[in-house]
Ligand binder design. Structure first.
Ligand code: ADP
Length: 410
């Protein structure tokens, strides 16, 4: 059926007889219904009903196909002799879903007002509409049952996933625990290494200085003893090289992430280093001066000891007899400033910018005790950076050097 308007009344009635909703309706009433039904023509993809909008009529599909949908989710498809929008015949609530044509389609439209006018005269019409509603309810029950079943299935899958999740989480926790242990162990190892190396470095530097003096002062040692001293110097140099390798920058970097910082009494630290070198200063005939304020900073003890030790041992190394080495500890603009100053051989101006780079040993010094190193100042820089401080150098050839280390006051 395409054009309802062009059909005769008989044709309309015989068509309506095949529509399920009118199966129990008497012929007389079908005749009166036939006069109030309106023929509607729709293009493909035309929206007939929109979810949420008020409804006042029911539609019978006489040709074509429509989809019942909620947004892009299709609930069902209806075709010839099916009806939709029948709830609107009973109440004036809003549409529960949208209806859109799939192709060119034709409908008969029954308005609530016309339906109500005829309902009282024909109980068959009420039965017909009730049948359609019951049918819809059965469909819904079936759907509900299916939903319940898939809900149970989903629930079971969810439980299985949760179980898997739990075991993954347990495995992850265990790995994290092991990882933590490893990190801790590594940290311990690095710490131990720093302590041991630091402990070795001081006596070694003193020994190297003394042997050097023995070798260069014929009055203090006979030739035979100087030969022995040469052998000892060789061994000490090998040990020094090894120690500097252990102090390699990689070791420092791996430790930087887990640095243990604490409130350090800097005066005590400087005094500790000074005591170690007191004898060496006397032996080398270097005038050693201290001027220390009582100051504290948030630092790592092993690192700060190593920093000052490296600067002082350099000062001794590069300062000839009769000259001066001094350490000043002062507070300045909320900072702690340590200055290790010597009146030794100094550093040519052009060499200062790269002085803290690794292996920057400058060849201008004649008296080189351990020619394989050149790490001392690189280590100083790494350690000071790791403790959030600043280090710099001021020097001039022949006029001595000053190394400054600065931290926040605590
Ligand atoms: P090393 O002393 O083992 O060569 P460092 O990194 O400690 O290595 O020092 C790098 C270079 O900086 C030294 O070789 C030396 O040329 C120069 N230097 C460091 N401290 C002083 C100083 N107090 N006086 C003169 N030169 C210095």
């Amino acid at each position: 059926m395409t054009d309802y308007g062009s059909m005769t009344l008989d044709e309309k009635v015989s068509f309506l007889k095949h529509v399920r909703i009118f199966a129990d309706t008497g012929e007389v009433f079908l005749l009166s219904l036939a006069t109030v039904l309106q023929g509607v023509k729709a293009k493909p993809q035309q929206t007939i009903l929109k979810k949420g909008e008020p409804g006042d009529a029911m539609y019978i599909v006489t040709s074509g196909t429509v989809r019942i949908h909620d947004g892009s989710h299709v609930l069902s498809r209806l075709t010839v002799n099916d009806v939709f929008g029948e709830y609107a015949l009973i109440d004036d609530g809003s549409r529960s879903a949208s209806v859109t044509t799939e192709e060119e389609s034709y409908f008969l439209r029954l308005r609530r007002e016309d339906f109500e006018n005829r309902l009282a005269d024909d109980p068959g019409l009420a039965r017909g509409i009730m049948k359609v509603l019951v049918h819809r309810m059965r469909d819904m029950n079936e759907l509900e049952e299916k939903l319940a079943k898939s809900y149970i299935k989903i629930q079971k899958q969810k439980e299985a996933i949760e179980e898997q999740n739990q075991s993954i989480k347990e495995a992850k926790d265990k790995m994290e625990e092991q990882n933590f242990d490893l990190l801790h162990l590594n940290e311990e190892k690095n710490h131990l290494l720093s302590v041991v190396v630091h402990g070795l470095k001081n006596p070694l530097t003193s020994s190297l200085t003394m042997i050097d003096m023995m070798l260069n002062d014929p009055e203090k040692a006979c030739e035979e003893h100087r030969d022995y001293a040469g052998i000892i110097l060789n061994s000490l140099q090998r040990m020094n090289k090894m120690i500097n390798q252990i102090l390699d920058i990689n070791v420092i970097e791996s430790k930087v992430y887990h640095l243990n910082m604490e409130r350090i009494n800097l005066k005590e630290i400087v005094e500790k280093i000074s005591n170690i070198y007191k004898h060496t200063f006397d032996q080398k005939d270097i005038d050693f001066r201290l001027s220390l304020e009582d100051l504290h900073a948030e630092l790592n003890e092993v690192y700060i000891l190593q920093v000052i030790d490296n600067l002082v041992s350099n000062a001794i190394k590069y300062t000839p007899a009769g000259k001066t080495v001094s350490i000043d500890l002062v507070s300045k603009n909320g900072k702690v400033l340590i200055e290790v100053k010597d009146t030794g051989i100094g550093i040519p101006r052009q060499l200062i910018p790269g002085i803290f780079d690794q292996y920057e040993r400058k060849k201008h010094h004649l008296q080189q005790l351990d020619p394989d190193t050149g790490l001392g100042l690189a280590i100083v820089k790494k350690y000071v950076d790791a403790m959030n401080g600043r280090v710099w150098c001021e020097s001039e050839a022949e006029k001595g050097s000053s190394f400054f280390v600065e931290f926040d006051l605590s």
